[in-house]
Design a protein around this ligand. Structure first.
Ligand code: ACO
Length: 429
């Protein structure tokens, strides 16, 4: 990593030189790792919005220009030409696989989709109407109880295959448990996305015929969600993994972090917004007017992004997929009409244009999931299915980082200074 310059900092008359690190896309970071030992000062950055926690060669984002690349490949090209398992290999290994490598990997995944039979009892122990998200997080965490886990490379590689192969089965069984239906076993003759749809929607009484438009749309969603550099859940995976906890424990923690409405839960909020507008008989114009009114407390969910300030490249790809799915399935609903009206109105409105507020990935992913029949409480479970590849790639990069250390931020203490213990009978009531 080139270190061409240094930054000069002065604290209370003491001067320090801090090395400047430059990334391969010329982004600049101050290396403050020696700051405390030199000056006793630390940096303060709540939410780590301005702190780099690692060097990474996996995913590059330029929010100002609307760029997202996995290992250098633009997301638009992967969306057009790749599939989820190939993109997962790219994230994991750093290079696109050869045809033989892709075939071997796909076969390996396809033949590891079944769960240990004792998992049936594990799923059955959850309340009948339990939300699928805690079931999924608990099941992935419990994989280290069912399967060998260790830091040795061959066993870690086996764990990686098991996580990618078995997660769709876990997700579908979590859903079946939540609606009280029998679990459906995987089918090795189906591709990754189609097999998941089969386990979700087939029943022992009725086969589910997979619509190729639907499975293609699902595969696309998995690619687009596969990695997004050091976000909340990925940082959680790295943090847990930095203690040398096993990969199943680290990924389970990432799933829990993803659950929050400020992270993976946002696409659910889009559908809840569309339902509320439809149920209250509001028009799209009325809702957009409320979203522009600061006193209303209303926001147009699925618009705006913390990082992307010109457009979300994933949303651009998904908009076309959304149109394709809706056309192919011949779906129409008041909620879908509202979504399209909201988009059209907001995209020409000065309020949204001047603030760089564009539809984000969650606006369209929620609409597509809804259109293909995925229940709202499964949205975040689906997000985790795509993100699995990125979490694993980031876990392995963290594990192999020669500069890696256990994650341990510091704090600025603002509590009481030293005081003497007061005996219980001498304290005021
Ligand atoms: N609807 C209406 N106004 C909005 C919206 C919105 N969705 N988003 C931002 N604004 C306005 C703000 O009120 C603010 O206006 P002001 O400058 O007049 O005060 C301005 O735009 C900037 O907003 P910030 O909140 O400062 O933008 P920030 O980058 O911090 O927030 C966020 C980004 C949280 C995504 C925000 O746009 C939002 O709440 N969007 C809706 C929720 C959503 O869709 N989240 C999913 C994000 S994608 C993902 O996480 C995978």
């Amino acid at each position: 990593m080139p270190q061409t310059a240094s930054a000069h900092l002065e604290i209370d008359g003491q001067s320090v030189d801090l090395p400047i690190i430059t990334g391969s896309e010329d982004e600049v970071g101050l290396d403050i790792s020696s700051l405390r030992s030199q000056t006793r000062a630390i940096t303060f950055d709540p939410g780590f919005g301005n702190s780099g926690s690692c060097r990474s060669s996996i995913t590059y984002i330029d929010g100002e220009k609307g760029i997202l690349r996995y290992r250098g490949y633009p997301i638009e090209q992967l969306a057009d030409h790749s599939n989820y398992l190939e993109s997962a290999m790219l994230l994991l290994n750093g290079e696109l696989p050869s045809p033989a490598e892709l075939t071997a990997f796909t076969d390996n995944i396809t033949t590891h989709t079944m769960l240990h039979e004792n998992f049936r009892g594990f799923f059955g122990s959850f309340p009948r109407d339990a939300h699928p998200m805690p079931i999924t997080a608990a099941t992935v965490g419990s994989m280290s109880a069912f399967y060998e886990s260790s830091e040795s490379t061959p066993i870690l590689q086996q764990s990686v295959i098991r996580l990618i192969a078995k997660y769709p089965t876990i997700a579908a069984w979590a859903y079946k448990q939540s609606i009280g239906q029998p679990f459906i076993y995987p089918r090795n003759d189906l591709d990754y996305a189609s097999n998941f749809l089969h386990m979700m929607f087939a029943t022992p009484c009725e086969e589910y015929v997979v619509n190729p438009v639907v499975s293609k749309a699902l595969d696309l969603l998995l690619i687009l969600h596969a990695d997004h550099e050091q976000n909340c859940s990925t940082s959680t995976v790295r943090m847990v993994g930095s203690s040398q906890a096993n990969i199943f424990a680290a990924i389970s923690a990432g799933i829990s972090a993803l659950w929050g409405p400020l992270h993976g839960g946002a696409n659910q909020k889009v559908i809840e917004m569309l339902d509320a507008i439809a149920n209250q008989g509001q028009t799209a114009e009325q809702f957009v007017a409320a979203a522009k009114d600061k006193n209303s407390g209303v926001r147009l969910m699925g618009f705006g992004h913390r990082v992307y300030k010109s457009f979300d490249p994933r949303a651009k790809v998904l908009k076309q997929a959304c149109d394709r799915v809706i056309r192919a399935l011949g779906i129409s609903s008041r909620q879908l009409e509202i979504a399209m009206e909201l988009e059209e109105i907001a995209m020409r409105d000065e309020y949204f244009i001047s603030r760089n507020l564009y539809p984000n990935v969650d606006f369209y992913s929620g609409v597509i999931y809804k259109a293909i029949g995925i229940p709202v409480n499964m949205f975040t479970v689906m997000f985790a299915m795509g993100r699995m590849a990125g979490w694993i790639a980031q876990y392995i990069e963290m594990r192999d980082d020669p500069d890696g250390r256990i994650g341990r931020p510091r704090q600025i203490y603002t509590g009481a200074t030293e005081r003497a213990y007061v005996a219980l009978d001498q304290r005021s009531a």
